[in-house]
Design a protein around this ligand. Structure first.
Ligand code: ATP
Ligand code: MG
Length: 490
């Protein structure tokens, strides 16, 4: 571990890092910060939860000229939630320097954003569509930007944002520094790098595994029709602090969150068809712990950093190995431990091997728990609660009633009755889940042709390849295609 002092960081920023509780730099931070301060173009790849945001944020903030009240840095992120999260982290890092950071994303009142842009922020964090909107309206000028960052670069490529990104970068001076960051850097990123970057250096943190070693990874073979019961049994047995359940499509997410709620779990779903207000309120409730199961699509959870997520359940195996890496990376962050459970249909076994080949790590097989085991798990939870209550030492009020009860029955019978009352017995309330087809053994499509394949996040009707400006006669961006589900996560 390298000390932050040795990386050439300013005293003000060092203070902010201390305030954030960062003591030592992570490997990706140690490797990229000095290079970034020298204005090198970089492609940074490091495991999930290892501090890539600060890796690009610290040098960007230190390179701002605070004499100038103009936008000097821009971060492009694939989803609104991520744009918000990144801007919050940058705000904290820039606290010592009083850096003004503004996030702009779709689904938020554009006039409010225009007003905020007039306050001369130093750094903008945004989603591609809304950034481009402002550029076209001339409400966002990037001519003084010296640092451009593409966070989750591969995801933005997957989502078909390549043309938008090209247009955004075209309005930034060529002498800029361009940085690409993600936990996964599949081959097509190279092409992106060739187009947008100057002699980029690739920084890959040298670890054997793409996934974080602190995440225990299991797979469970289960028939489609039993999956839901098995999920609830695991939730009962493992009793996660917070957990994320991934479903393949938006419909799946809706059905799963409804089904979990019906069975008494505090669960809600998040995906791109929900209103911005709803998405934010669901995330807020999850962070506060007033719901403890978040059901999500792949895209909804990319890059999200929520502390307390102890378990990730891949209710459906992800559609590609990269998504697997990002999904399970919602747990085991910043040195914490985590558990990832992946459910597979027996016909998906060879697909599982493909995922394992990419991550260079085997998942351990776990048997689906039986009803009795689920019940035992629940009992354990109750016993823990009882022990905590005993420790709290505030039982005086109940003493007389307890003694009266023990006059009538022996102590074991009394405790048994209490355990029975407090234990959540398996709930068999019928739920509706539409069946999903198993994943084929081989990728039967090009890796980056994922249109409509991940719950409609692909860019329907979006052109690929060379940039073709999509403008209508009024010169504004044509939003007819953004009506579809595809772009609703921007
Ligand atoms: N040097 C550090 N010391 C302690 N905590 C850190 C340090 N750097 C970052 N963190 C914290 O670690 C967590 C994960 O960081 P971050 O979200 O940047 O990870 P990431 O590498 O971008 O992950 P992902 O690939 O999932 O996007 C955050 O809560 C962040 O504040
Ligand atoms: Mg990140």
């Amino acid at each position: 571990m390298t000390k932050f002092q040795d990386l050439g960081i300013s005293a003000e920023t060092m203070k902010s890092l201390k305030r954030m509780g960062f003591e030592e730099s992570t490997p990706i931070q140690a490797e990229t910060i000095p290079l970034s301060l020298e204005n090198k173009d970089l492609i940074g790849q490091a495991q999930t939860g290892t501090g890539k945001t600060a890796a690009f944020g610290i040098p960007m903030i230190d390179k701002i000229d605070y004499e100038k009240n103009v936008i000097q840095g821009i971060v492009v992120a694939p989803t609104r939630e991520l744009a918000i999260q990144v801007s919050e982290e940058l705000y904290k890092i820039g606290f010592g320097k009083k850096t003004r950071v503004l996030s702009i994303y779709g689904g938020q009142d554009i006039n409010r954003q225009i007003r905020a842009l007039k306050n001369n922020p130093h750094i903008i964090v945004g989603t591609p569509g809304r950034l481009l909107d402002h550029i076209n309206r001339k409400t966002l000028r990037l001519d003084h930007v010296h640092t451009a960052i593409l966070d989750e670069a591969d995801e933005m490529l997957n989502m078909g944002f390549i043309d938008d990104i090209e247009s955004i970068l075209a309005s930034i001076p060529k002498e800029r520094q361009t940085l690409l960051f993600s936990a996964t850097m599949p081959a097509p990123i190279q092409r992106m790098a060739e187009r947008f970057m100057r002699d980029p250096q690739v920084i890959r943190v040298k670890t054997k595994e793409v996934t974080v070693p602190l995440i225990e990874q299991f797979y469970v073979e289960v028939q489609e029709k039993s999956k839901f019961d098995v999920l609830t049994r695991f939730l009962d047995i493992q009793s996660p602090e917070l957990s994320i359940v991934f479903g393949r499509t938006k419909r799946r997410v809706d059905e799963l969150s409804e089904a979990l709620t019906l069975r008494g779990y505090m669960a809600e779903g998040i995906h791109g068809d929900l209103s911005q207000a709803k998405r934010m309120s669901v995330l807020r409730k999850f962070k506060e712990g007033s719901i403890d199961v978040l059901v999500a699509t792949d895209v909804a959870a990319r890059g999200l950093d929520i502390s307390g997520v102890t378990h990730v359940y891949n209710f459906d195996i992800p559609q590609d190995p990269e998504s697997y890496v990002h999904r399970i990376g919602r747990t085991g962050r910043a040195g914490k431990e985590g558990v990832a459970m992946t459910f597979i249909n027996p016909r998906e076994k060879s697909y599982l091997k493909i995922v394992e080949k990419t991550t260079k790590r085997k998942m351990e097989r776990m048997e689906a728990p039986t009803l009795d085991e689920a019940l035992e798990g629940q009992q354990k939870v109750v016993v823990e609660r009882i022990e905590q209550t005993i420790e709290s030492n505030q039982l005086q009020f109940y003493k007389q009633t307890a003694e009266d009860l023990l006059q009538k029955h022996d102590s074991s019978t009394v405790v048994q009755a209490l355990l029975k009352m407090m234990t959540k017995e398996p709930d068999t309330t019928p739920v509706k889940l539409t069946e999903e087809k198993p994943m084929p053994a081989k990728r039967d499509r090009k890796p980056y042709d994922r249109n409509n394949s991940r719950g409609g996040y692909g860019q329907k009707g979006r052109s690929k390849g060379t940039y073709k400006p999509r403008q209508n006669q009024t010169g504004k961006r044509n939003h007819s295609s953004s009506k579809s589900n595809s772009s609703s996560f921007r």
